[in-house]
Design a protein around this ligand. Structure first.
Ligand code: ATP
Ligand code: MG
Length: 502
């Protein structure tokens, strides 16, 4: 039975048609994937169904009856819940308090804490989730916080759950757990709309999938009759290549080096980390997230000082040189947390494309003024080159879809011909075409005889791009593997099994 049905849904933002007469039918008890490139309209469509946006045209039916969803409050009343990409828990409240928040059972005017706790416990039992209800939400790993978000939605009686890119912030292990959780909810009769860019997740999880492209629906099909190539082509509108030829181009010359680096708290202390990136090489860092990769990245860019050891760039000791100085010498950085480090949401696309470089020679005219025409042309060129979906270069970054905001950072960081690029989770949140493009760019950097240090929790990505791979575990380099080594070898090292050197 069709439980949720959308007809001709249209949503415009000024000139942008984010959703263009979209029809969608979701069957009761299915997991329905929503696929599409960055800016295709997935978040807008789900926000319309959840009452966050009012569609300009179109109708929504629940179990055959037309409904008017004017706010999330209406949606919840109708049994529709949404788990957002960014988490919304109150960090200093306990897990159970977060779950009942705004929906607390009361006795008179007081919150009935005993009953609230009991109700949450019952929900846990029903759903088979395991959680420590008494912990503060802020102390939990992201994957667990997300489980709390799901429970929160279930506590409000949701029968239809919308998850907007829930795996973007998760480690591979957490993704597996989430997939298991969602299978269980499906078995209990819940209906799930699942948004993701990862074809592998769509195949592991969904019954049917609907593909959007530039605001329009391309089609809906059963996952069992689809192939990854097919879905990728439906999303992008052209052929997509997943395989890259591996070329050995590494030279003798060491471009970048860490030599016996140790760091202190906070974070995961690095213990005797040494690595060399040669000219013409991509060195990959694999590992379960939280094993020192972020700390390593901070040492590389100069945000964290080693307690011991050296950072060497083109033969020179740069351990004492601050981040800006390193950039000026030709180092670039695609940061992991692009929202915190990479962009200013209230600035325009153009300004974000230049951030930190606006006073550099090509954009400066004379001593005091900037060459605005040149800046505009530069921005337009980058928008085209990276396929950034935006009404124009002057649009505030806030109005771009999540993936398009990321493209802006990537475009900027690679624009000034760096000699060495540190790329941290570079394709996270990017769609198939943007991922493909970015990978080509990183390979291009290598082909030009420059160096790349690639940190990614996506083992497939690390293996696809790297010439050599180091695995990190608890702040150390657990070992080096060739990208062709089998997955089991990687698994062992990632799980902390140190291969002893002969
Ligand atoms: N509040 C807004 N104001 C103006 N434009 C918006 C707004 N929200 C979304 N858009 C535009 O609508 C289009 C669809 O955006 P949406 O966020 O739905 O994309 P998406 O498919 O979720 O992409 P991503 O995978 O990158 O998250 C984009 O072009 C975006 O710039
Ligand atoms: Mg989105």
């Amino acid at each position: 039975m069709v439980v949720l049905s959308v007809r001709g849904l249209t949503k415009r933002f000024g000139e942008v048609v984010a959703n263009d007469h979209i029809d969608l039918d979701v069957e009761e008890g299915e997991i329905h994937g929503l696929l599409g490139e960055n800016g295709a309209g997935k978040s807008v469509l789900s926000s319309c169904i959840y009452g966050l946006y009012r569609p300009d045209e179109g109708r929504i039916f629940l179990r055959g009856r037309e409904v008017h969803i004017a706010s999330p409050f209406d949606a919840i009343r109708l049994g529709i819940g949404m788990v957002h990409q960014h988490l919304t828990l109150v960090p200093h409240l306990r897990v159970w308090e977060n779950i009942v928040l705004g929906r607390e059972p009361r006795r008179g005017l007081r919150v009935d804490r005993v009953r609230a706790f009991a109700e949450v416990e019952r929900l846990l039992e029903e759903t088979g989730f395991r959680l420590d209800l008494a912990r503060n939400a802020g102390e939990l790993p992201i994957g667990v916080q997300q489980r709390v978000e799901i429970l929160k939605v279930l506590f409000r009686g949701a029968e239809i759950l919308i998850l907007d890119e829930p795996t973007a912030v998760l480690t591979p292990q957490e993704v597996d757990q989430l997939i298991e959780t969602l299978h269980r909810l499906k078995a209990q009769g819940k209906t799930i709309i699942f948004i993701s860019h990862k074809l592998r997740e769509i195949f592991a999880l969904c019954d049917r999938v609907t593909v959007l492209r530039r605001g329009k629906k391309v089609g809906t099909l059963p996952v069992s009759s689809a192939t990854p190539q097919m879905l990728a082509e439906m999303m992008v509108g052209r052929k997509v290549f997943f395989e890259f030829p591996r070329e050995r181009l590494a030279k003798e010359e060491v471009l970048f080096e860490l030599s016996h680096v140790f760091t202190d708290l906070p974070g995961v202390p690095l213990q005797d980390v040494s690595l060399k990136v040669h000219a013409g090489e991509i060195l990959g860092i694999a590992g379960v997230e939280g094993n020192g990769q972020s700390e390593l990245a901070e040492v590389v860019v100069g945000l964290r000082k080693p307690k011991k050891g050296k950072v060497i760039f083109r033969g020179k000791d740069i351990t004492a040189i601050p981040p800006k100085g390193r950039i000026l010498q030709g180092m670039a950085h695609i940061p992991e947390d692009r929202h915190r480090r990479g962009v200013i949401l209230d600035f325009s696309v153009k300004e974000n494309l230049l951030l930190g470089f606006e006073t550099e020679p090509p954009f400066r005219k004379g001593r005091m003024t900037l060459d605005f025409a040149r800046i505009r042309d530069f921005a337009r060129q980058k928008i085209q080159e990276f396929g950034i979906v935006t009404p124009g270069e002057d649009t505030p970054l806030r109005f771009l879809s999540g993936g398009n905001q990321q493209k802006v950072v990537v475009a900027r960081e690679l624009a000034f011909h760096p000699l060495f690029v540190l790329a941290c989770q570079p394709t996270r949140g990017l769609d198939v075409a943007a991922t493909e493009y970015l990978r080509h760019i990183l390979l291009g950097v290598k082909r030009e005889g420059k160096g790349v240090l690639l940190i990614s929790a996506d083992l497939d990505e690390v293996r696809a791009l790297s010439d050599r791979v180091l695995v990190m575990y608890e702040g150390r380099i657990a070992g080096e593997l060739s990208p062709e080594s089998d997955e089991y070898q990687f698994g062992l090292l990632m799980g902390g099994k140190v291969l002893h050197e002969a």
